[in-house]
Design a protein around this ligand. Structure first.
Ligand code: PEP
Ligand code: MN
Length: 263
C-alpha cells in the first residue's frame, strides 16, 4: 500500500498546521529530551520564530545506558502540550511502548517510532490503529525494504499518515555517530508515495555537520528534516554534542530559505 505503484501522487501528512510532503521543505526542531518547562519553552520560541513547522522533544527516551536520563515521562508530555497551546506549534514525540499510547494520543500531535522500535510489530499495529500521524524512523541496521515493510504494518492497521525518517545507519565508519544514508532518500522517493524526512542530528552525531547535511537532505529531495536544537547544549541531559545552538538554528533556516519558501 505504501508503494508508488499503488498510488502515484505524493502523500502529504498534516497535523496541527504542519504539512509534511508538500511543496515546502518542512523543518521539525526541538531538544532531544524535554528537560524542564523553561528549557522547552525557550527553545520552542526560538525554533518557531525562525520557521520550524513542528516542535520535537522526547519524554520517553530510549537510552543506550540504563544509568542515563530516561526522560520526564508524562510530565514531559504535558509540557509539550503546554508549548503547543502557548505557541501553536504541533508536537512530535516518541512512543516507546503500547502502554504509553493513551497518554501520547492525548498530548501529542505526531507519534515518533524510534529507530530501536522500527520492528516492534505490536507498537506498529497500535500506532496504526490510532490514526495519529506517525514519524517512523529507520532501524539502526534496517534495510530500505524493511523500513517500507514496517510502514506497511502501520498502513495495514488503518493509518495512512506515515512520515519515513532516514536517521543514519550502522557502518564501519567511526568518524560520525552513524552514516547518514542519503541514497535511501532517493530510493524511497522512487519507491513510495510517503513523505521522507532526514535526521541529520542522529545521522552525524556532530553539531558542526548538521547544517551541511541538512542542505544535502534538501538537495537530494527530502521533504524535510528533524533536527535537535538546545539553547544550552553543554548542559543538555541527552545528545548535547549534536544539538544546534539557537544561533546555529537561525543560520540553518537562513541557508534553507529557498527550499522552505518554495511555492
Ligand atoms: C531521538 O529522536 O531522540 C532518537 C532517540 O532517535 P533514534 O530513534 O533515531 O535514535
Ligand atoms: Mn536524540
Amino acid at each position: 500500500m505504501v508503494s508508488r505503484e499503488v498510488q502515484a501522487h505524493d502523500t502529504v501528512v498534516r497535523f496541527g498546521g504542519a504539512a509534511i510532503g508538500g511543496e515546502k521543505f518542512a523543518v521539525i526542531a526541538g531538544p532531544c529530551s524535554v528537560e524542564s518547562e523553561s528549557q522547552l519553552m525557550s527553545v520552542a520560541e526560538v525554533v518557531k520564530k525562525h520557521g520550524a513547522v513542528a516542535l520535537r522533544g522526547g519524554a520517553y527516551k530510549p537510552r543506550t545506558s540504563p544509568y542515563d536520563f530516561q526522560g520526564m515521562g508524562l510530565d514531559g508530555l504535558k509540557l509539550l502540550k503546554q508549548a503547543n497551546q502557548q505557541l501553536g506549534l504541533p508536537t512530535v514525540s516518541e512512543v516507546m511502548e503500547v502502554s504509553q499510547m493513551d497518554a501520547m494520543c492525548e498530548y501529542i500531535d505526531c507519534l515518533q517510532i524510534g529507530a530501536r522500535n522500527m520492528q516492534n510489530y505490536a507498537l506498529l499495529k497500535a500506532v496504526g490503529e490510532s490514526k495519529k500521524p506517525v514519524l517512523l524512523k529507520r532501524g539502526l541496521s534496517a534495510t530500505i525494504e524493511e523500513l517500507l515493510l514496517a510502514a506497511e504494518y502501520i498502513y495495514d492497521a488503518g493509518n495512512p499518515n506515515i512520515i519515513l525518517c532516514e536517521r543514519g545507519i550502522r557502518t564501519y565508519e567511526t568518524a560520525t555517530r552513524n552514516t547518514l544514508d542519503l541514497n535511501a532518500v532517493a530510493v524511497l522517493k522512487q519507491r513510495t508515495h510517503l513523505p521522507v524526512v532526514v535526521d541529520p542530528s542522529h545521522g552525524t552525531g556532530v553539531r558542526e555537520l548538521v547544517i551541511p547535511l541538512s542542505r544535502a537532505a534538501a538537495a537530494v529531495g527530502a521533504d524535510g528534516i528533524i533536527v535537535e536544537t538546545h539553547l544550552n547544549p553543554c548542559e543538555a541531559l541527552s545528545d548535547g554534542h549534536q544539538a544546534l545552538t539557537g544561533p546555529m538554528f537561525e543560520q540553518l533556516m537562513q541557508e534553507l530559505k529557498p527550499f522552505v519558501e518554495a511555492a
